[in-house]
Design a protein around this ligand. Structure first.
Ligand code: SF4
Ligand code: SF4
Length: 313
């Protein structure tokens, strides 16, 4: 079985890339399992996706701990301490694709990657900017992975059509078609810029029964004070380790004259950014607020206003 892990940030199209790659493998007649992993409202924060491809029935489920093929869409994610250990999960003989302007030598040196791991580097951001005029990389990532896996270009095109059908909404000017064509062009250009490898031989290996779960716990649920509204996952890329104040544009301001202490905002906040103080009033921790507007929308007495921040802090 071949195990692929994609690593990027929300907004780059990681989930769509995973769907396209999975679809291409399926069109080649393989058994496929693919799933993304991300929290609510992940734009700008880490997103993972996992794909298993095999020529026999896939018995494993869920998170991939030891991967054959790591696809790094956001180079700088790997500089985060909690994500850096993804590099330790590459199996011997595995391969890493980096979207970067750096060459293989620089990448190997920067991340201390041994010669037993193959590295492919490609500046996909520039290619996507040129063709799509955006930083959405899904079809480009699929193009890169499919070429490295020596998959068929026509099946890649077919998969992009199937998997983007619901995403690309049309208008009377035919913009859907032009977006689809541009995505196919990006996939093709990336596909044609890279070389294939022999990694796809792993699809045929008979290691379905066993996946290494030792020492790979990614979440730990602990007991927290009841003034925190929900369990907080305190490790690997999760709420209380990801400071959001640098990229949110609005901040909720609570009018305590209107607040009835109903706690609805506290319960609804998806990131536990609201706690309850000793007077039973809600307090927002702006380090963890991501400006999702949910508290603002849910407050029954309109006691919360979203104020535009004057500066990014
Ligand atoms: S806007 Fe409100 S609900 Fe959303 S993260 Fe911030 S405090 Fe929580
Ligand atoms: S939802 Fe509104 S009224 Fe209720 S605790 Fe929050 S701010 Fe106060």
């Amino acid at each position: 079985m071949l195990r692929i892990t994609l690593l990027g940030v929300g907004g780059q199209g990681i989930k769509t890339a995973e769907h396209i790659i999975g679809r291409v493998a399926f069109l080649h007649g393989y058994n496929v399992q693919d799933q993304p992993l991300y929290g609510a409202e992940r734009r700008g924060t880490p997103v993972f996706a996992f794909i298993r491809i095999s020529n026999t029935k896939i018995l494993s489920r869920g998170y991939i701990y030891s991967t054959d093929f790591l696809v790094v869409a956001d180079y700088y994610s790997l500089l985060r301490p909690e994500l850096h250990n993804f590099l330790k999960r590459i199996k011997k003989g595995g391969i890493i694709f980096f979207n970067t302007v750096n060459n293989e030598h620089k990448v190997r040196e920067e991340f201390n990657i041994s010669d037993t791991t193959q590295i492919v580097t490609f500046d996909l951001d520039s290619m996507a900017k040129k063709i799509l005029n955006s930083n959405v990389l899904s079809s480009g990532l699929a193009g890169a992975v499919c070429k490295i896996l020596d998959f068929d270009l026509t099946k890649l095109e077919e998969a992009i059509k199937i998997e983007t059908e619901e995403i690309l909404s049309s208008d009377e000017h035919g913009n859907e078609l032009s977006q689809l064509n541009k995505n196919i062009e990006l996939a093709k250009s990336t596909f044609q810029s890279l070389s294939s490898s022999t990694i796809n031989n792993m699809i045929l290996s008979r290691d379905n029964e066993y996946e290494d779960f030792e020492d790979n716990k990614i979440i730990s649920l602990q007991n927290h004070h009841p003034n925190i509204s929900k369990n907080i996952i305190t490790n690997t890329g999760n709420t209380m380790q990801v400071i959001r104040k640098g990229w949110n544009l609005f901040k909720p301001i609570i009018d305590y004259d209107k607040c009835t202490k109903c706690r609805i905002c506290f319960v609804y906040c998806p990131d536990s950014a609201i706690t309850i103080d000793k007077q039973n009033f809600p307090q927002v921790n702006y380090n963890f607020c991501k400006s999702c507007n949910i508290c603002y929308t849910e407050c029954p007495v309109n006691a919360i206003d979203m104020k535009r921040k004057n500066k990014i802090d």
